[in-house]
Design a protein around this ligand. Structure first.
Ligand code: HEC
Ligand code: HEC
Length: 326
């Protein structure tokens, strides 16, 4: 069972403040950055609780069949194990559902960076005809007829349900989904026994110049948050970053994803086309040796023995926040 507030991932400290009890995300390890909370949407207990209720509520979709949680399952680090997720009427989305753990730390939201603020992100799935398929005005009117929502909304934002309230409450909930407690985190905090010798071998490979993974997946979030073409295709159906910038040089570039919890978020890549981590490593091995048009020069030509591949997969799997999923 998933208990977001009982896990020690985040400890919520309540203080009295106006518009509700202000919540601080504390107990984050020292090596982890603090999320920036926008001044016009302070994190309060009432806002987080309202957002949480909405996140799990199917009545946020046109025909009341799909909730946010339908695609973002807590036990899969908020992904759903599918290449493409069905929205209302079983309509398939265009992209693979990403983890939303630590989304508070992402500078530009979505794989193409098309949404600039987490506080606006929820409009995308709510209005997308392949996801929840309801206009935000229609949804606001619907929630405004529910006395429980009206009460909670007034307590959280001093007004009845509206686009303002819905998007900000959902963002407030998402900001509490922090994952910083993998065995890798224990290791870098000084517990040298937290990783097995095989995982340590994988870590050395991952960080090596030979593989050069960290030139994109570096740092504590395992991403530089840049947009890169990692050589998946010669010609992309989904143009990625170019859809936003309209620059043909950005075709096939997607935001470098964090690799935290990657062991439980298969399948991989923007379209879910790679089924497991072995396929991912084989992809880099192949495309490093025979680069595709437009592919980043940071992808090195390397070849790994099967033992080295196993070690690399073992390391990537040690990035799972086991405390979170258990
Ligand atoms: C039908 C499946 C589906 C539903 C329902 C859904 N999502 Fe998503 N979510 C996705 C997909 C797919 C993406 C990636 C979109 C993209 O990159 O263009 C995504 C992206 C996100 C992101 C951005 C993550 C990042 O790192 O950029 C957040 C946050 C998020 N969703 C929260 C929500 C919330 C809140 C709801 C409910 C209002 C919701 N999602 C409903 C599939 C879904
Ligand atoms: C040039 C930058 C770059 C380099 C170097 C790179 N990656 Fe990636 N990686 C990306 C991008 C961009 C994506 C997402 C592509 C997409 O969404 O289609 C990605 C996706 C992944 C994923 C899938 C994550 C997910 O949630 O779908 C894994 C796993 C991964 N990379 C591991 C590695 C490993 C291991 C290495 C080193 C061998 C490596 N990457 C090197 C840019 C890079």
């Amino acid at each position: 069972m998933w208990r977001p507030f009982g896990l020690g991932i985040i400890i919520l400290v309540m203080l009295l403040g106006c518009g509700g009890d202000v919540v601080y995300i504390s107990n984050l390890p020292n090596h982890f950055p603090q999320p920036t909370i926008p001044p016009d949407n302070k994190l309060t207990r009432q806002r987080v609780e309202l957002g949480k209720k909405m996140f799990f509520d199917k009545s946020l979709s046109l025909d009341s069949t799909i909730a946010c949680v339908s695609c973002h399952h807590p036990d899969k680090a908020f992904t759903d194990g599918l290449a493409l997720s069905p929205g209302i009427h079983g309509r398939k989305g265009k992209r693979n559902t990403p983890s939303i753990m630590n989304a508070a730390l992402v500078p530009l939201i979505n794989k193409d960076g098309g949404v600039k603020k987490l506080d606006l992100q929820a409009l995308v799935p709510i209005e997308d005809e392949n996801e929840m398929g309801i206009s935000i005005l229609h949804l606001s009117q619907r929630l405004a007829q529910d006395p429980v929502y009206v009460k909670q909304s007034r307590e959280a934002y001093g007004m009845p349900p509206s686009a303002y309230v819905i998007t900000r409450a959902l963002a407030s909930f998402v900001r509490t989904l922090y994952s910083s407690n993998s065995r890798y985190d224990h290791f870098i905090q000084g517990d040298s026994t937290a990783l097995t010798s095989r995982e340590k071998m994988g870590k050395a490979l991952f960080e090596s110049d030979r593989l050069n993974c960290t030139s994109c997946h570096g740092g504590i979030q395992f991403t530089n948050h840049a947009f890169e073409n990692n050589g998946l295709y010669t010609s992309y159906v989904d143009l990625g970053r170019a859809l936003i910038t309209l620059d043909s040089a950005d075709r096939g570039k997607f935001r470098v994803p964090s690799l935290r919890n990657v062991g439980i978020t298969a399948p991989y890549m923007h379209d879910g086309s790679l089924a497991n981590l072995e396929e991912v490593i084989n992809h880099y091995e192949d495309t490093g040796i025979s680069p595709k048009k437009g592919q980043s020069k940071k992808i090195e030509a390397f070849s790994l023995s099967s033992e080295e591949k196993e070690s690399l997969i073992a390391f990537l799997s040690a990035l799972t926040d086991e405390q979170f999923i258990n």
